[in-house]
Ligand binder design. Structure first.
Ligand code: FAD
Ligand code: FES
Length: 258
């Protein structure tokens, strides 16, 4: 059941040059939010930004009734969000979309590959996998170290690996060139820039490895009404906001031509 609620901003943290986190407290009882689901936030105080902005859920604390967003400043809406202060309200529609599949067997070898703002849903996913007895490898890529927006928060749940294009942190090169990417995995989940996800999905498919991809298309309504986020999948035209944002890679072969 979708809900529209004013959350209270409980904490704000800067992450490198372009990213920040907002921890949002629900005024009463927060609904369950699955890894890979997203929220649509209202950007108030900015006339040019009329539409809500879709943002993945980075972390959830059900006992405290909080959720955390990890946001990259890319334009007017996210810049306005970055100026919000602790104690202010943020109007949120949630939970939206279908999240990642969690039907994973205990002890499975699982790889999570993230880049850019696509790192956001991977913490909530790592925690959910860890609770199922799976310790995933999380491989994060970026152009340079200041654009890797992760902290030690992954460490209790995952084996964290980094790749940077300029070699300033972790492996020097793309995520697909990181030595751990060549290891045998039972499952791969990925979220990030399209060229990265496409390369990951293609490699997984060629190896016969099950792979899920979380698309970050432009969105407006977020609930399947405006059709602005439709993609042409191997099973026909689907709304990313309603039928996704998570899709099995086998459904994207036609879209990505592999
Ligand atoms: C399901 C979903 C989950 C998302 N999760 C996150 C998240 O957890 N953290 C986060 O920082 N961002 C996330 N995004 C992307 C985020 O919604 C956009 O960056 C944001 O809407 C841009 O708003 P803006 O007003 O700042 O930028 P605008 O002024 O609207 O645009 C500025 C620039 O950003 C580009 N842009 C706008 N929307 C997107 C988009 N969806 N993907 C890529 N580029 C875009 C535009 O083409 C333009 O070049 C997600 C998007 C989707 C669809
Ligand atoms: S954003 Fe409106 S249909 Fe998906």
């Amino acid at each position: 059941m979708k809900e529209i609620t004013d959350f209270i901003i409980e904490a704000r943290e800067q992450r490198g040059d372009q990213y920040f986190t907002l921890t949002l407290k629900h005024p009463s009882a927060m609904q369950e939010i699955l890894p890979g689901q997203f929220v649509e936030v209202l950007v108030e105080g900015c006339r040019e930004v009329m539409l809500r902005r879709p943002i993945s859920v980075h972390d959830v604390d059900p006992e405290r009734g909080t959720l955390k967003l990890l946001i990259q400043v890319v334009g007017r809406g996210t810049r306005r969000l970055s100026s919000l202060k602790v104690g202010e309200r943020l109007n949120v529609v949630y939970p939206l979309g279908h999240g990642f599949s969690l039907d994973v067997a205990q002890g499975s070898r699982v790889l999570l590959v993230g880049g850019g703002a696509g790192v956001a849903p991977l913490l909530h996913l790592s925690k959910a996998l860890s609770a199922k007895g799976v310790s995933p490898t999380v491989l994060i890529g970026g152009r340079t170290s200041s654009l890797i927006p992760v902290s030690a928060e992954f460490e209790p749940y995952a084996n964290l690996q980094i790749a940077t294009d300029d070699g300033s942190l972790g492996h020097h090169g793309l995520v697909t060139e990181h030595p751990c990417f060549a290891e045998p995995f039972d499952r791969i989940y990925t979220c990030g820039p399209t060229p990265m996800m496409k390369a990951v999905a293609q490699a997984a498919t060629q190896r016969g490895v099950w792979c899920e991809v979380s698309l970050e298309n432009m969105m407006a309504c977020g609930v399947g009404a405006c059709l602005c986020c439709v993609v042409d999948t191997d099973q026909g035209h689907l709304c990313v906001c309603k039928e996704g944002p998570v899709f099995n890679a086998t459904r994207l072969k036609k879209l990505w031509n592999f």
